[in-house]
Design a protein around this ligand. Structure first.
Ligand SMILES: [Cu+2]
Length: 531
């Protein structure tokens, strides 16, 4: 994408109220996301060096967990993603996907340079069984250089948790030794296969969309059903630390592990991170596909998409040394759980009690699960641009309110889950100038808004809606750009980012860093997380 257009979208979000932080977008080759990983319950991991890439062209010497090439993973999930791989080093490490109740074994082989010494993995939240190999360390059992250690534990409860090095964490976690483990609930609450959950699935099937979920619920609880999911791991990186490690590893060469002098002495303070990453990538790299071949050691992206009304499970982990104020634009996030602990009301176990947060600040080592959704409720105008006077049949679709005010009676409809109170309502409450009540709006002067990948020139969602917008010249499409094509994605783009805006840079260049765009896609647009 053009950074210039990105920048225009940014200025707009700063200047205009919440409604207009949504920009109608069009992308022909949209890359999506999910919560991809490898399936267990037995895993053979390595800890190994490699170079990870940054959008400023730098390749940073890093350490990461990966898959042992001699014992590849037993499988990948979700099944609908087929172009998978797991190299012997990646950042973050492979997402480990298991099911509640399983006995999990993780055998770790230490392929770090001998001077790096021992390494290990901590699995906070799980009770480990006695060790049968490895060597004792300060926090857990460790693998000596070229050695192994095996961790065994029961996946005792569902949820998202972090795993990371328990050896010299100030250096090893900084170098990239961290990842996520997702425990899926053993049982699916019936609420997740009936009612609205079933209708949402029917809507998905209507348009030929695959199911990219790892499960139907995040926990063994009917209030944790979800329709879509994403995993976001936030971390930052100080390239000065990585450079020191690289130089010392080269200087020590293939020294004998444990021999005098065969060690690193890397200063991890002062800490001056220059890269701020989501799932190991900085924007815009995080918007490229999962398993994109240009990032062999950074396979996971950050590129959320959703349809109106879908309950989207956000799995969020703080992996670095700093807190990062992750801001999800377009709605608040209902926190379900922290570190796999479902937060329920003390007096009513049927009710969630987690906070509804504007910003889900990440904390190093902490994981949280939350539910996010977008419906357009509260916009006070018809997001679809319905217009009873139009000759376009899609512009005159009905909206039949359910008990909650949404159009959920017909899952096959393009405007399934429309907020009916605003149906047919123009952007202006009263006629303005040449804009008739109930008619199309007049768009901003294109000299103020750059149409392009992130602003399609229309404020409307869905097929044909984009061409019903009228430009200041009185014609449509307002600028005649390809971005206004009625057959393209025509969704709403919201920036999801670190609200410490120093962190939406890459090596001090804006935009970059901890930034992604969440796309609300009209119901008929097929969200294909496999590319
Ligand atoms: Cu924000």
């Amino acid at each position: 994408m053009s950074p210039l257009n990105m920048k225009k979208a940014f200025s707009m979000s700063r200047l205009l109220p919440v409604v207009m932080t949504a920009v109608t977008m069009s992308l022909t080759a949209a890359a999506h996301a999910a919560a991809p990983g490898i399936t267990g319950p037995s895993f053979n991991l390595t800890a190994q060096p490699a170079y990870i890439s940054q959008p400023d062209g730098q390749f940073i010497y890093s350490w990461g967990y990966g898959c042992d090439p001699n014992s590849p993973p037993s499988g990948y999930a979700p099944a609908a993603i087929s172009n998978t791989f797991c190299k012997s080093m990646q950042v973050p490490g492979p997402t480990l996907i298991v099911t509640e109740g399983q006995t999990v074994t993780v055998k770790l082989t230490n392929n770090l340079p001998p001077a790096a010494g021992n390494t290990s993995i901590l699995f906070p939240g799980f009770v480990l069984q006695p060790f049968t190999d490895g060597t004792p360390g300060l926090l857990t059992q460790e693998a000596a250089p070229s050695g192994t250690v095996t961790y065994t534990f029961t996946a005792s409860s569902p949820g998202t948790r972090a795993y990371y090095s328990g050896t010299q964490g100030d250096l090893q976690v900084e170098m990239g030794l961290y990842g996520a483990i997702i425990v899926l609930p053993a049982n699916v609450p019936s609420a997740c296969t009936s009612g609205l959950a079933a209708k949402n699935l029917q809507a998905e099937a209507t348009w030929g969309e695959s199911d990219f979920r790892l499960a139907k619920a995040a926990y063994d609880h009917p209030k944790t059903c979800y329709d879509r999911e994403y995993l976001f791991q936030f971390s930052e990186m100080d390239p000065g630390i990585h450079r020191q490690a690289e130089e010392q590893v080269i200087a020590k060469g293939n020294c004998t592990a444990g021999a005098p002098g065969c060690s690193l002495n890397v200063a991890t303070e002062p800490y001056v991170p220059a890269y701020f990453m989501i799932n190991g990538r900085s924007m815009p790299d995080d918007m490229d596909p999962n398993y994109a071949t240009q990032y062999p050691h950074q396979p996971y992206n950050g590129n959320p998409h959703m349809h109106p009304g879908e309950l989207t499970l956000l799995r969020i982990i703080g992996q670095g040394r700093w807190q990062h104020p992750f801001h999800e634009h377009a709605n608040h996030t209902r926190v379900l759980a922290r570190d796999g602990n479902l937060i329920l009301s003390q007096t009513d176990p049927n009710s969630l009690a987690g906070p509804v947060l504007f910003t889900t600040t990440t904390t190093p080592g902490q994981a949280m699960d939350g539910i996010f959704y977008w419906t357009g409720k509260g916009l006070n105008w018809d997001a679809y641009g319905h217009n009873p006077g139009s000759t376009d049949p899609l512009a005159t679709l009905p909206c039949v309110s359910d008990a909650n005010g949404y159009n959920t009676g017909t899952p096959t409809a393009v405007n399934y889950y429309e907020w009916c109170q605003d149906h047919n309502k123009p952007m202006q409450a009263t006629p303005l100038g040449d804009v008739p009540a109930g008619g199309p709006i007049t768009l901003p002067d294109p000299n103020l808004f750059a149409n392009g990948p992130w602003f399609g020139g229309s404020p409307y969602l869905g097929p044909n809606a984009t061409v019903r917008a009228v430009g200041f010249t009185g014609t449509t499409p307002p600028s005649g750009t390809v971005a206004n094509s009625p057959t393209s994605e025509a969704g709403f783009a919201y920036m999801w980012h670190s609200h410490n805006e120093r962190e939406i840079t890459t090596n001090n260049i804006f935009p970059g860093g901890m930034l992604m765009m969440m796309l609300v896609d009209s119901r008929e647009f097929v969200i294909d997380e496999s590319n």
